[in-house]
Design a protein around this ligand. Structure first.
Ligand code: PMP
Length: 411
């Protein structure tokens, strides 16, 4: 395939910086992705030439800012294949998007005795809001268990999702094990009982072509900073009828239609969910990130990353004394490999790798129930983006071996 990796890497100036005097191998893309020049340049241009508040002024700058901001809604619609730009709500992040659904929609449809079903591998931001909702409404939170290899157990899902289920909330791709979940089977199980499917797309959005209509997701949440956009901007997609039904969770300027001393009517979705001055520059940066990913092509990105992931995973699995969590082969694995060097604390692994220029994350990855199931308190995690190259993978593998030798030698 004609993947211009060196040209792509030049779009990310940070990648050519040295870290601790070493070549940088940035492998914490699951936490946040680096930003390509066109995104930085678009935000810079916006501030220089078009900056004003949106939806307010009848003057030129405000109209320009509004046009740019609303234009991004259409870009995002196209990017995730939503039916209408009105189904795209700008939020701060995946976390805010999921909290919004749990509050504004969950409170309406979940009642005492109902059930909410999530998987045991969820990120806390797709877990705690449902735990809270269950508590508020007197409902039960149930977990779909994993197969021994770390993939989602569909037979168990079929048992957990019942006539009492009102909401099923799962990650499209997990942030610890990196498995692409069986979405069409989950969709069928969810809608067969009349429940709503809420998808946490944080780890999918930069790795594969997301099509919310094909997924038949009722809501889909993701963050801009995991796809090359600035921090502080995220998206909540919701089917039009459900967004109309959903209540706002923040009240104030911009989202109202009319306010009297005693009562307020609201604008229609999506504006009724965007109270106050939104993150205009963030949204504009998100639009540039969408353009950037579109130009590369999500299918090409997925193919390229799979070529890196297969050998990377196999080489980590092959290192003696290293445990890899989740499936040991790369089929249906996207972006992420979590591992431990036996007998070495993952924080020491990450610190040792950092000294060698390899940036990976160590910790519980905001998935403590999963850590409890895996019987660990933490793991190290290497995660890929489309700008990583073979040298990054080589540096990681050499680094793991060196860190292991260092600690074995020490003990
Ligand atoms: N869900 C998943 C699967 C994630 O990986 C993350 C980010 N680590 C989040 C939700 C939360 O994203 P944010 O911090 O941008 O809200």
């Amino acid at each position: 395939m004609n993947w211009q990796i060196e040209a792509i890497r030049r779009d990310f100036p940070i990648l050519s910086h040295r870290i601790n005097k070493e070549r940088l191998a940035y492998l914490d893309n699951a936490a946040t992705m680096q930003q390509p020049r066109p995104v930085t340049a678009t935000v810079d241009r916006y501030y220089r030439y078009d900056h004003a508040n949106v939806h307010r002024g009848v003057y030129t700058l405000s109209e320009r800012a509004t046009e740019a901001y609303e234009g991004v809604r259409e870009k995002v619609r196209h990017f995730i294949h939503a039916h209408s730009a009105d189904e795209i709500v700008f939020t701060r992040s995946t976390t805010e998007s999921l909290n919004m659904v749990a509050r504004g929609f969950g409170d309406q449809v979940v009642n005492a005795g109902d059930e909410i079903v999530i998987s045991v591998a969820e990120h806390h931001s797709n877990l705690v809001p449902w735990q809270q909702l269950a508590e508020r409404r007197g409902a039960k939170l149930k977990y779909i268990e994993l197969n021994p290899d770390g993939s989602l157990d569909l037979e168990n899902a079929a048992q957990q999702i019942t006539a009492k289920t009102k909401i099923v909330a799962v990650a499209h791709v997990g942030n610890v094990i990196g498995v692409l979940n069986p979405m069409s089977a989950l969709e069928a199980l969810t809608h067969a009982v009349g429940a709503y499917l809420i998808v946490d797309g944080a780890q999918a959005i930069s790795h594969l072509k997301v099509d919310v209509q094909a997924l038949n997701a009722d809501f889909y949440a993701f963050s801009g900073h995991k796809m090359g956009a600035p921090t502080g901007i995220g998206v909540l997609y919701g089917k039009a009828a459900l967004l109309e039904q959903m209540a706002p969770v923040q009240y104030g300027g911009e989202m109202i239609s009319q306010v009297t001393r005693t009562a307020t009517t609201y604008k229609r979705a999506p504006l009724k969910f965007e109270a106050g001055t939104p993150n205009i520059s963030g949204a504009i940066g998100l639009g540039a990130a969408v353009d950037y990913l579109d130009a590369l092509g999500m299918n090409a990105i997925q193919t390229y990353e799979a070529q890196l992931m297969g050998p990377m995973l196999a080489r980590i699995v092959a290192i003696d004394g290293v445990t890899v969590y989740g499936p040991q082969t790369a089929a249906d694995r996207l972006g992420v490999v979590s591992f431990n060097i036996d007998g070495v604390h993952p924080h020491d692994v990450a610190t040792g790798l950092d000294m060698l220029g390899v940036e990976v994350r160590a910790g519980h990855h905001c998935a403590q129930p999963l850590m409890q199931d895996l019987n660990v308190t933490a793991t190290a995690r290497a995660s890929l983006a489309f700008y990583n190259n073979q040298a990054d993978v080589d540096q990681l593998i050499d680094g793991i071996k060196q860190v292991k030798e260092f600690f074995l030698h020490e003990s």
